[in-house]
Design a protein around this ligand. Structure first.
Ligand code: AMP
Length: 562
């Protein structure tokens, strides 16, 4: 068995054997050939978590075409910028998706995005909901019309090892996302070996559930490529953790006898917040290994994962890696590494890391510094699509010859690795990377906003949450608006421009932002304000009173929430 696909709506599911998967992928590949897809073409995949998304990815790989999966929660604008950046000529999507039992349309966002992407020749649409959709004759094709009538025989093409296989956009420190691209042989080798070693998989008996979306790298490497190469059985789940009730995850684990669960700390914290009564009613004894990824896991969440989900029986692998690394680089190995709650422990065999100071010298044990990778690895990204200079500048210029990951870290006295969060302007919201600049641009795009500064502030559930400080244009119309309504409008605006995951937790309207004499916004101070810390050095500010005023506004805002 390849997948047990479990729908958002309880009771709907599909099992797909490896033979069926192979035939579905061949049919899809033949359909794509009919639509004109050729080697090297870029294709955007904007899909819910349904099996067709995987059929499409694998069919593109078979044809040597390059897939760029865009998370289905992204906005039309985010989709169009990604389509344009890599000049995608085809889009695969669905009419809609299900969220907590209700249909939610997807195709309208594609139609909207394509208004600014005239070079997209064809859109292949899976019918997932019963909703009506707008149709562009000649451009749009139903999946069931084009794919289902194809032959299930297709000869895969052979390509050199360094052929680009996919692009995955991720946020950097500027407003423009980076198209990180990966090639075939190195990526696939490490996807498979890390999946095999870190999760200690046994193809004949394991049921793996990577509870992530295929719109992120975790989905690519540990729902699609790694597990399929290793021939394991997987659960693929379409819904949210509480679709159908807060016990949904535990129902799925007990029904499908999941043995390996891999998820993000933010989900563990949410499940913890809901309470032990939900997992307690279910038989979770099939579980034998737990994994976490995406952000540092706090020791409380780690212990809860171990005790309440893993029954004090399952090792936890805290896996550190990135879109750019393609596969896990640091993690304990089950049965080999003694674990510590909150530590990613060790670089995997073959991976060389160091923690260095500003000058690139290794820091002492117990001291914080920058995490670098000092030797190449097979699945490393081969670059940023269309922007080789940005690639060199972002990863290779800070410490020439070593890969700069953008994370702070320390090695403890025993040499075990602890991640300390991002050291750049990248936020980590529920394990999703977002740049402060991206959110600032979205805010400034609103007609009422003059200037915006965004910081990531620590949050009990989502790891970090977005706090925005905004100055308004002094138009008469906005001056008369109710400020609370305007804040809500701005929050919705960001969700619309980027994605609901980018919606600020808090927006503080302020008459001014703290700036240095050279005109730079002092985000460090705003982060102190947002996290309720005493303020650091304010002497370089043009007007040091501004930051105290903002701190006062923050307190008032928090009080009005209560
Ligand atoms: P992404 O490329 O979206 O997967 O995000 C990668 C970033 O997530 C890393 O640079 C880290 O900041 C963070 N991250 C991923 N895994 C871990 C982990 N196990 N512990 C701490 N941070 C992590």
């Amino acid at each position: 068995m390849a997948y047990h696909w479990v729908a958002d709506i309880e009771g709907e599911s599909r099992t797909i054997t490896y033979d069926e998967l192979h035939r579905e992928v061949c049919r899809t590949a033949n359909a794509l050939i009919e639509l004109g897809v050729k080697k090297g073409d870029r294709i955007a995949v904007y899909m819910p978590m349904i099996p067709e998304a995987i059929f499409a990815m694998l069919a593109f790989a078979r044809l040597g075409a390059i897939h760029s999966v865009v998370f289905g929660g992204f906005s039309a604008e985010a989709l169009s910028s990604r389509i344009l950046d890599s000049d995608c000529r085809f889009v695969v999507t669905a009419d809609g998706a299900f969220r907590r039992g209700a249909p939610s349309p997807l195709k309208p966002a594609v139609d909207e995005a394509l208004k600014s992407c005239p070079d997209v020749a064809a859109v292949l649409v899976v019918k997932r909901t019963a909703g009506e959709v707008e149709w562009v004759e000649g451009r749009d094709h139903w999946w069931h019309d084009v794919v289902e009538r194809q032959s299930d025989l297709h000869e895969p093409e052979a390509f050199p090892a360094e052929t680009t296989m996919f692009i995955m956009y991720t946020s950097g420190t500027t407003a423009k996302p980076k198209g990180i691209y990966h090639t075939t042989a190195g990526y696939l080798t490490q996807a498979a070996t890390t999946h095999y070693n870190v999760f200690d998989v046994k193809a004949e008996s394991d049921v793996c559930w990577t509870a992530a979306d295929i719109g992120w790298i975790t989905g690519h490497t540990y729902i699609v490529y790694g597990p399929l190469i290793n021939g394991v059985t997987q659960v693929m789940y379409e819904g949210l953790p509480d679709s159908g009730g807060r016990d949904r995850w535990w129902k799925i684990i007990s029904e499908y006898k999941v043995t390996i669960l891999y998820t993000a700390p933010t989900t563990i914290r949410t499940l913890m917040k809901w309470g032990d009564q939900f997992p307690e009613g279910f038989d979770l004894t099939s579980l034998r290994l737990l994994g976490t990824v995406g952000e540092p896991i706090n020791p409380e969440a780690w212990m809860c994962y171990r005790e309440h989900i893993g029954g004090n029986r399952c090792p936890i692998v805290d896996t550190w890696w990135q879109t750019e690394t393609g596969a896990i680089l640091c993690s304990p190995l089950p049965g080999i590494t003694a674990t510590k709650p909150g530590a990613a422990m060790r670089a995997l065999p073959g991976i060389s890391i160091a923690v260095v100071d500003d000058a690139g010298n290794e820091v002492g044990r117990g001291e914080g510094g920058y995490l670098v990778v000092t030797a190449p690895w097979p699945a490393m990204t081969r670059g940023i699509w269309g922007d080789p200079d940005r690639y060199l500048d972002t990863y290779w210029s800070r410490f020439p010859g070593t890969y700069f990951a953008g994370d702070g870290a320390k090695l403890d006295p025993e040499g075990d690795l602890w991640l300390l969060g991002r050291v750049d302007d990248v936020m980590n919201i529920s394990g999703h990377r977002l740049s402060t600049t991206e959110v600032e641009h979205a805010l400034v795009g609103h007609p009422a906003v003059a200037e915006a500064a965004v910081v990531g502030a620590s949050d009990d559930t989502t790891g970090q949450a977005i706090v925005a400080f905004v100055t308004l244009k002094l138009s008469a119309e906005d001056a008369n608006k109710d400020q609370a309504a305007l804040v809500e409008e701005l929050r919705d605006h960001v969700a619309h421009v980027i994605s609901p995951i980018a919606k600020p937790r808090q927006i503080i309207l302020t008459p001014a932002l703290p700036k240095t004499r050279s005109g730079k916004i002092m985000r460090r101070l705003l982060r102190d304000v947002a996290e309720n810390r005493s303020l650091g050095d304010v002497t370089t500010l043009t007007d040091p009173t501004v930051v105290n005023m903002i701190a006062g506004l923050m307190v008032t805002d928090a009080a009005s929430d209560d």
